[in-house]
Design a binder for this molecule. Structure first.
Ligand SMILES: [Zn+2]
Length: 884
């Protein structure tokens, strides 16, 4: 007998024993608990003597049998196995396949303030009754009442909510019943005017993970959008009292998103009202609950504290959650193993929207950053070697499925699928998919069958490489011009492990002339499907300046043009019409300097690298954001073999920054002062790119830690009119030796901590400090009255920046701090604890001295974090230690 490696595997998701038709739910919010009754109407799919329902942490009051929903029930015997969340109900007689019957449950649930699943206690506005919201993905419904908590158990619902009359809103999925609530709002309860009641009818079959129930106090901003067909949808934002003005910009983004989706995705929303509900506590940014998207308040409101990154995120999350109406809610994944389908396609739509609203190269560079994110990016996850399969083998907790593999790698797979098939065929394939599986479920194979049908192309190799394997392709290319034959020849090679089939890789490329123009006829997507392949361009009269390959990072993996020397890369850095490839060329050139410094800490930064840097600085034609990307000196290497040389990478970056600072300080300051980011723009998106560049320049200027730089930081901080400028200045200040930094930080605390986003900004600044007192400062913030470790926005802000703070986290104190914080957070916030634990994911690749310390830390975590209470965190530590 072997121990199961995962708690849940594919075979745990067998055929459902019944087809679920309808739920008739009554939920009453009482003091400290919620009473629930639920009548489940279903048809047996096979002979049954019992029915097993999912039920987590409930009190079971009784279970009844009835033939029809309105009938008087007869009590049933049941057994509640709390340890595996199963309610086993004995049926009064053997039920044959095809028979329709009902089971009614009477239960109680107890909303928590830190288990943010099922119904939970959110922050309550002053003077209002306790605020309740819910989160059901993946398995939250069973924390509210017994259910077949399965994506395939799609059914219609009638939901009645009863609660204190003081709430402004009681909300669930569907349309308000006009019979029972003719005014479209709750009515007083018969004989009890202190209570109110409302009923929702949800006529479209919906998976349980999309269920929502809220009782709360909100202000409303409403608007509407009218489709070309003339149909109008009401849009509502439910916000904390007094905040309605702060969702005027999000409402505009939403209106734009709804119409953009209609035009580009051929999808019209079918309900009367689409609501966005603010919640203060959540481990996720947002959750689509069919017509009732919940969004974490920090991201939902656009205020004076919203950073540019937050504004970009607002655009992304709004269109993302709305797209889920089609992808996810109407057409639903079959099991949690297919959750990537819901997310990857939706992220792809979100990315196309972003590229339409903002500069597409800027947007793509941001995405490439998320692929390369050293903590949570999929490349880093795959380097660790434990995860990376998009369709998983198994999982211990469904939250594990919500990671960089599902959201970033899988979205790259959809992007590659479009490159492989071409945009028109891709569009036809997705249209077939959403038509065929509308209001139903689909799995991974069924998704791909649609694209194979419309294209006639086999996607077997594509699927095998990208979905069922840990690891990414490592591609190298050799380019060669033959003047006598007028040929340019490219030879490609991908590393293939023994027994593996090669990846199907779409390579977007072109040849570029000495004026920085594509040579006509050379631009294409090359389908690279073998271990070795060759592409020959004929009739190339003059030698190209260079080959621009893997444009816009056309495939997920690493790419190196092997015989492009530093001079060719320098040419590409200046001339490539593809901005992402310009940035990539500069990164390759910088990496050469970096690797030299890693191997020779006393080495000097070479002049030709500095010359190139000076040229970029002088370039007046390039856009501000691309310039910022070209000038940015990263800590992480391009050569991933050096990924765990953390302390050395910090030193190398400092040395590169100082070299630039010494040579170009005057010009850096001059450009910094010329960029005016203080005048207010007409739209909130205006000036994002300029602010990015200005703060990039500031970081390089301040690298010398001189009194003059400190003054510049303070001036910028004082003159700033946006939170992005202010927070950037404060963060750099906090890393400086300026003695007054604590006074300015305290001033910022006082000014910002009353606002959820402002406080989070402040906490992130504290935790990204690189002075010796950073851990004491974090400790001090943790103890301050007003800080609440169970508030996920704040605990994320105060703890997670340390995970990538390489200068401080790899000290003895840093390792101890991560260990202790993971152990402290695991019992009540597994999501943040797990992300923080990712810091140690590359333990096997560390140098021996560090590996020993981190192994000991992981063993401590494994010994202290309970396998039953925090299975995901426990399993993660176990995997890093290579224990099965
Ligand atoms: Zn999503």
């Amino acid at each position: 007998m072997t121990e199961r490696r995962y708690k849940y595997q594919r075979e745990d998701f067998g055929e459902l024993p019944v087809t679920l038709h309808h739920l008739t739910i009554y939920l009453s919010f009482e003091e400290g608990h919620v009473e629930a009754s639920n009548c489940l109407e279903m048809t047996a799919r096979k002979g049954l003597s019992e029915i097993v329902l999912d039920a987590n942490g409930l009190e079971i009051i009784g279970v009844e049998w009835c033939e029809n929903p309105g009938d008087e029930g007869a009590p049933l015997a049941y057994e509640y196995r709390r340890e595996n969340n199963r309610l086993i109900v004995a049926l009064p007689e053997a039920v044959e396949a095809g028979r329709r019957f009902c089971v009614r449950t009477f239960t109680r649930c107890f909303p928590s303030d830190h288990i943010l699943e099922g119904i939970y206690r959110d922050s309550t506005p002053p003077g209002a009754p306790q605020q309740y919201v819910s989160q059901c993905q993946q398995w939250g419904f069973q924390r509210i009442m017994p259910i077949l908590d399965d994506c395939r158990a799609k059914c219609t619902m009638t939901t009645t909510i009863e609660a204190d009359a003081a709430y402004t809103h009681l909300i669930s999925n569907g349309n308000i019943s006009r019979d029972r609530n003719p005014e479209g709002r709750p009515v007083p309860k018969n004989g009890d005017p202190g209570r109110q009641v409302i009923t929702f009818e949800n006529p479209v079959p919906m998976a349980p993970y999309l269920f929502l129930v809220c009782a709360g106090t909100w202000d409303v901003l409403s608007d509407q959008v009218t489709y070309g067909s003339g149909r109008t949808v009401r849009l509502e934002y439910l916000v904390p009292p007094g905040d309605a003005d702060h969702v005027r910009i999000p409402m505009e983004i939403l209106k734009k998103s709804v119409l953009w989706i209609a035009k580009r995705q051929d999808y019209e929303y079918t309900g009367d009202t689409y609501r966005t509900i603010c919640m203060n506590k959540s481990n996720f940014g947002g959750m689509e609950n069919v017509g009732n998207t919940t969004i974490v308040t920090d991201a939902a409101l656009i205020t004076e504290h919203t950073l540019d990154l937050g504004l970009l995120y607002a655009h992304a999350v709004i269109v993302h959650e709305f797209e889920h109406n089609q992808c996810g809610s109407e057409t639903t994944m079959d099991t949690p193993f297919d959750v990537w389908l819901n997310e990857a396609y939706t992220v792809d739509v979100e990315r196309q929207f972003m590229a339409d609203v903002f500069d597409p190269s800027f947007v793509r560079l941001n995405q490439i950053d998320s692929i390369r994110n050293p903590l949570l990016g999929p490349l880093a996850i795959e380097d660790a070697g434990h995860a990376g399969r998009i369709v998983r083998e198994g999982f211990n907790d469904p939250d594990e499925l919500i990671d960089g593999v599902t959201y970033v790698k899988a979205a790259e797979v959809i992007r590659m699928l479009r490159l492989v098939l071409g945009p028109e065929t891709f569009h036809a394939g997705k249209a077939l998919y959403f038509t065929r599986y509308r209001n139903g479920n689909a799995d991974t194979d069924q998704f791909f069958e649609c694209f194979e049908e419309v294209s006639g192309v086999s996607l077997e190799t594509f699927k095998r490489g990208w979905l069922y394997r840990i690891g990414y392709p490592k591609v190298t290319a050799l380019g060669e011009y033959d003047g006598s034959a007028k040929q340019y020849r490219m030879r490609f090679r991908q590393e293939v492990r023994p027994g593996q089939t090669p990846f199907h890789i779409p390579l977007e490329l072109a040849l570029v002339d000495a004026n920085g123009r594509d040579i006509p006829g050379t631009g294409q997507v090359f389908q690279f499907m073998e271990e070795n392949a060759e592409l020959v361009f004929e009739n190339i009269d003059t030698p190209p300046a260079f080959a621009s390959m893997n444009r816009d990072c056309s495939f997920y993996g690493t790419f190196r043009h092997e015989n492009a020397g530093r001079d060719v890369l320098a040419l590409q850095a200046r001339l490539d019409p593809n901005p992402c490839n310009r940035v990539d060329a500069v990164r390759q050139i910088t990496d050469y300097q970096r690797v030299r410094l890693l191997n020779d800490p006393d080495g000097k930064v070479e002049e030709d690298w500095l010359d190139l840097y000076g040229e970029i600085l002088a370039d007046g034609d390039v856009s501000a954001s691309i310039k910022a990307y070209l000038l940015r000196i990263e800590e992480q290497p391009m050569d991933r073999e050096y990924g765990t040389w953390y302390q050395e990478l910090v030193s190398a970056r400092e040395k590169l920054m100082l070299a630039v600072n010494h040579r170009f300080r005057e010009r850096l300051v001059e450009q910094f002062l010329q960029l005016d980011t203080y005048r207010s723009g007409s739209s909130p998106g205006e000036g994002i790119e300029e602010r990015m560049l200005k703060n990039m320049l500031l970081e390089i200027i301040a690298a010398d830690d001189s009194a003059e730089s400190h003054r510049l930081l303070l001036d910028h901080y004082r003159a700033a009119t946006t939170s992005t400028d202010r927070v950037a200045a404060l963060a750099i200040m906090n890393r400086s030796s300026a003695r007054w930094r604590h006074d300015v930080l305290e001033e910022a605390y006082n000014a910002w901590h009353g606002n959820l986003s402002g406080y989070a900004n402040y906490l992130r600044v504290v935790a990204s400090g690189t002075r010796e007192d950073v851990f004491d400062m974090i400790e001090k913030e943790k103890k301050r009255p007003g800080f609440d470790i169970t508030q996920p926005t704040w605990s994320r802000a105060l703890f997670l920046p340390m995970a990538t703070n390489n200068k401080m986290v790899w000290t003895d104190r840093g390792i101890k701090w991560v260990t202790g914080t993971v152990m402290e957070l695991a019992p009540f916030n597994a999501t943040t604890a797990g992300r923080l634990l990712n810091t140690f994911q590359h333990v096997r690749k560390m140098k021996p001295a560090l590996r020993e310390k981190v192994t000991a830390a992981l063993e401590r975590i494994l010994g202290s974090v309970s396998e039953t209470k925090s299975p995901a965190v426990h399993g993660q530590a176990k995997a890093y230690l290579d224990l099965k």
